[in-house]
Design a protein. Structure first.
Length: 97
């Protein structure tokens, strides 16, 4: 019984997360929301690091920022790069202006 409820809980949670990510029409907001779990977990990690060894907190924050950037760039590259390239090709070059 616990297994069924646990699976149901995680499935409903994932569905809510997917809808929360896809709800806005702005692609930047979608990218930020899709990678939000990294920031939440990273924030907890930075806080714990500050308690344990304060001078490591900046390094941990830099690592979290890097992982967040990598997440957003990977998703952008996967979903939005082709549209951006098409838009870029449709723009007149400086020679044409």
């Amino acid at each position: 019984m616990f297994r069924i409820l646990s699976g149901l809980f995680w499935s409903v949670g994932m569905l809510i997360f997917v809808f929360w990510v896809l709800l806005p029409t702005d692609q930047n907001t979608r990218l930020e929301r899709a990678c939000k779990p990294i920031n939440v977990i990273g924030s907890i990690g930075v806080s714990l690091t500050e308690v344990i060894k304060d001078d490591w907190a900046d390094s941990v924050q830099n690592g979290v920022d890097h992982v967040d950037y990598t997440c957003q760039y990977t998703l952008w590259n996967q979903f939005f790069k082709k549209d951006y390239e098409r838009w870029q090709q449709s723009q007149p070059t400086q020679e044409e202006q």
